[in-house]
Structures are given as structure tokens and as C-alpha cells.
Write a new protein. Structure first.
Length: 362
């Protein structure tokens, strides 16, 4: 159930969707997103996409990804080749350690970019990743860490990005190989609370599918993961890879069980971020009509949401990076139910007093 500030009241609090400057100057960027979504006719009459915007998007998601999903990207061949080589190295490393865990008889799923590369793209190396995200059962965490430690992996000894320390209850500091080249991000839940209420790890493991030799979430569960992580990143540039994944998922949305998503979202207080994510993808060119039968996508709007759309269409210029105030507003009005936002802020306040290192106790 939505709180009153979602829907008409949210529009009142955050401005009029039809203000004249809300979408000025974003047409070229919107055309790029629509091409990625498959919403543009592929004919000789369609002009080449704006090179500056294409390059800016490639900086966010890797040149290999843009070359794979955007017809007419025309990025330098050598730039794309180097990008694919780096992506291939990271995917191969992730698969190797996924295999080591699975071979030890421990249930494991590849999630996020490692999984997306296996089923959404023509080749895994088309999907940029910075680390290998692996989901394991909480009760197996110690065994998985022990296995990796026998091969020289150790938790990163690095400060967290925030003053309140590592606040996630779903994942930890990355495990790094002895040479620092391989980064494994272990998860015991798909995302921070309340995600595990909406979609428990046991349910994801039970419904897993196999693609390219990896156990990965079902299409339905993969979409829920994508929406949750995009919301956690507050629909900023950090979520650009996830947004592309979402657009590609909508090209196969006959595999997504939207009633299941809506039911789980209501149960886990995730209806707001899921609806905002779907609405954003719809604005960027996806056909979200099937999803909108079960999710209140038509209740998403307002100046803050329009800012998110504009940020995507201008490819996230540095001058437009959200400040602290806007990030708080995005969390409370777009990315989480009020009760969830309150819980997260409470964890941050507690972290100011006693920051958590992000290394699990054993």
C-alpha cells in the first residue's frame, strides 16, 4: 500500500510535470535511450546518434556495452576492443570462482552484471562489470569465505565511502585476490532490507535458471533485483548499467511474471521503487503496458521524477550530480517507502556512532 505522498500528493510536493523547462534539450539523449529500448525504426533515414552523448554514456557503462546495444554508436574500434577485453577478463574470473563454490556443493547464484551478461547480451563481455556478485545462503557464508581464503582472497582493507560505515545487511566489503585483480562481492540477500522480505534468497535459489553455464535468477527475480539496485543508487548515474539491463528485459517481458512482482513488492514494501523504475524505463522507450496492469506506474510523476528522466537524457553531466538534499528527497519520495527510508537513515545515524567495517563476523 502506498503512503499518501505517492501519487497525486507526490506531484503536489515536487512540482508540476508539465513545467516548460522540464524536458528542454533532452531530445537527442531520449532518442539514444529509445534506440537501446528497441523503440526506434532501424532504417537508413535515422540519423547517427549524438556522438558527445554516446561517449558520455560509454564512460558510464563501458564502450563494449554501448556498442552492443546502440545501433550506430560508431565508437572507436580500439576503444571497444579494449573494453571487451577487460569485461571478458572480469566475467571469466567471476565464472571461475562461481564454479569453485558450486563444485564445493554450496548453492550459489550469479547476480547483477555477471548474470545479465549471461542472458541479456549477445556475449557476456558486452556487459560491463567491476566485480563478480555472487549470492549464497547466509548459513553457507562462512564456508564460502573459507574456500576463497584458501586461494588467497582477503577482504578489502579500505575505508567505506560514507562517514557512517558499511550499512548494508545484504553484502560486505569485496574479497580481493592476492594480486588485487579479481573482486568478489558476496551477498546473502539480493539487496538490503526489505528486499529479503519481498524475495528471500531461498526463493531465488529455488527458481533459478541456467544460462551460459551459470545459475542465475529467473527473469522475474532478475527484474526485481534490477529495480531494487537502481533505487538503492537513487536512479543516478551509478544505476545506468542497470537501466540498460531493464530496457533489455522489457524486450523479453513475456518471461516476467508481473503479478508475482506486484505481490512480492507489496509484501516487501517495494511497490514504490519498482513502480518508479518501470515508469523511468517507460519514459526511456520501453513498452511497459503489461507491467502497468499490475503496478501503479501511472501514479509516478512530479518534478523530482522529471529530474531523473532529464539526468538520463543528458547522460549525467557532472554539473547535475545530485547534492545531499536531493539525494535525501529521492530516497524518501522515489526510492523507498517512508518506513524503509526511516530505517535506512536510522542505520546511518547508528553508523556515525559505531561504523561497521563491512567484514562479517565469524
Amino acid at each position: 500500500m502506498f503512503f499518501p505522498c505517492f501519487g497525486p500528493d507526490l506531484r503536489q510536493m515536487t512540482g508540476n510535470m508539465s513545467e516548460p523547462d522540464a524536458t528542454r534539450g533532452v531530445e537527442d539523449g531520449l532518442e539514444i535511450w529509445r534506440r537501446i529500448a528497441g523503440d526506434m525504426p532501424q532504417t537508413g533515414d535515422v540519423s547517427d546518434p549524438d556522438r558527445v552523448l554516446v561517449t558520455a554514456l560509454a564512460d558510464r557503462v563501458t564502450a563494449a556495452t554501448v556498442a552492443a546495444v546502440l545501433p550506430g554508436a560508431n565508437l572507436p574500434d580500439e576503444t571497444v576492443r579494449q573494453s571487451r577485453l577487460l569485461n571478458r577478463f572480469r566475467h571469466t574470473a567471476g565464472r571461475r570462482w562461481y564454479g569453485a563454490i558450486a563444485d564445493a556443493g554450496l548453492p550459489v547464484l550469479a547476480i547483477k552484471g555477471l548474470a545479465s551478461g549471461a542472458w541479456l547480451y549477445a556475449a557476456p563481455q558486452d556487459r560491463g562489470i567491476s566485480d563478480a556478485d555472487l549470492l549464497v545462503r547466509r548459513e553457507d557464508l562462512g564456508a564460502v569465505i573459507g574456500l576463497l581464503e584458501t586461494h588467497g582472497f582477503a577482504f578489502a582493507d579500505a575505508p567505506t565511502r560514507s562517514r557512517w560505515g558499511f550499512v548494508s545487511d545484504a553484502s560486505f566489503q569485496p574479497l580481493l585476490s592476492p594480486d588485487g585483480a579479481v573482486n568478489i562481492d558476496l551477498h546473502v540477500a539480493g539487496d538490503a532490507a526489505p528486499f529479503d522480505k519481498a524475495l528471500p534468497t531461498a526463493d531465488m535459489l529455488a527458481a533459478a535458471q541456467t544460462a551460459e553455464g551459470l545459475g542465475i535468477p529467473s527473469a522475474t527475480h532478475a527484474f526485481m533485483l534490477a529495480a531494487s539496485h537502481a533505487a538503492r543508487d537513487l536512479f543516478t548515474a551509478d544505476a545506468a548499467k542497470t537501466v540498460i539491463d531493464g530496457l533489455l528485459m522489457f524486450q523479453r517481458d513475456d518471461r516476467i511474471d508481473w503479478p508475482e512482482i506486484a505481490e512480492r513488492a507489496r509484501k516487501g514494501r517495494m511497490l514504490r521503487p519498482l513502480s518508479v523504475f518501470v515508469a523511468l524505463l517507460g519514459r526511456l522507450g520501453a513498452d511497459v503496458s503489461r507491467a502497468a496492469r499490475d503496478l501503479p506506474v501511472d501514479r509516478v510523476g512530479g518534478r523530482l521524477f522529471e529530474r531523473v528522466v532529464r539526468d538520463h537524457c543528458t547522460m549525467f553531466p557532472p554539473s547535475g550530480v545530485p547534492g545531499t538534499g536531493e539525494r535525501l528527497a529521492r530516497q524518501w519520495l522515489l526510492a523507498a517507502a517512508p518506513s524503509v527510508a526511516l530505517q535506512r537513515d536510522a542505520r546511518r545515524i547508528a553508523g556515525l556512532i559505531r561504523p561497521h567495517s563491512g567484514v562479517p563476523g565469524r
